[in-house]
Design a protein around this ligand. Structure first.
Ligand SMILES: [Mg+2]
Length: 261
């Protein structure tokens, strides 16, 4: 009898917690709807897949270096080189290919052949020619949001100008956006600048992206709202500890945005 009572209390507790979380989500969604004027979308790994292709290129380069180190050593060395080069090269496919080459020269202590350097360059080339096929639900969701006329839709992405412009053209998503911002980095000051260029207060901006580090956290820190859509594959540099925030919601799939907005 006692056990049955305990189970009943537990069931009530679980239901109460579920109701509380549900109510919290509704409150958040109302705040989103009341405040947002501009929605900014991250591009890579939010609108289309990107990181898996970078990892494929890294895999090709690493296979050419097998005799010079373990996969872990090669991968760590590449990451260190990417971080060292960040201030000079920034983010992007060309920067990444340069780092792949530098890592090959460094790991092999200059012994890597010209033929193998050529193979690394070829492994990097598809990264600037990505088809940028929209992820599931992206096109339909953007179309619906655009038709609603409730929000101004923009792209806010970091990377190399030409590569990002070309991917946007190939994706076929350009008609849905009022403005495209391709920037070197997405730090707090970049979000402030975005808001001032759009003529809005940060509290009227919603940022949507896959990276807690560059899409969500700096946007929240300046007072904007954010939706996190986790990607299956993440670049080590973008990974930070998970957290919750009253101005952030998380959805599993892109089209779930329509439930919020
Ligand atoms: Mg991204």
């Amino acid at each position: 009898m006692k056990a049955a009572k305990k189970i009943l209390i537990l069931k009530y507790r679980i239901t109460y917690e579920k109701l509380y979380l549900c109510r919290l989500k509704i409150l958040k969604m109302n705040a989103f709807k009341q405040n947002i004027k501009v929605i900014a979308f991250d591009a890579d790994d939010t609108l289309w897949d990107n990181e898996p292709f970078f990892q494929a290129a890294e895999h090709v380069a690493a296979s050419l270096l097998a005799e010079y180190g373990t996969p872990e050593e090669i991968s760590k060395s590449l990451f260190d080189i990417e971080m060292k080069n960040m201030d000079d090269y920034g983010y992007g496919a060309v920067a990444f290919t340069m780092s792949l080459i530098e890592n090959a020269v460094q790991m092999s202590r200059g012994k890597i052949s010209g033929t193998d350097i050529g193979k690394i360059i070829e492994a990097g080339r598809p990264l600037v020619r990505l088809k940028a096929t929209p992820l599931k639900g992206v096109r339909k969701t953007l179309e619906t949001l655009k038709k609603s006329g409730k929000y101004t839709l923009v792209v806010f992405t970091k990377g190399e100008l030409l590569t990002q412009e070309n991917k946007l053209k190939r994706s076929g998503l350009l008609p849905f956006f009022d403005k495209i911002f391709i920037v070197t980095d997405k730090k707090e000051e970049d979000y402030i600048k975005l808001c001032s260029e759009m003529g809005i207060a940060p509290s009227e901006l919603l940022m949507i992206g896959n990276s807690l580090r560059s899409d969500v956290l700096p946007a929240l820190n300046v007072g904007a709202f954010a939706v996190h859509i986790p990607a299956e594959v993440m670049w080590q540099h973008e990974v930070i500890d998970d957290f919750e925030n009253e101005r952030m919601l998380r959805v599993g799939e892109f089209d779930k945005l329509l439930d919020i907005l």
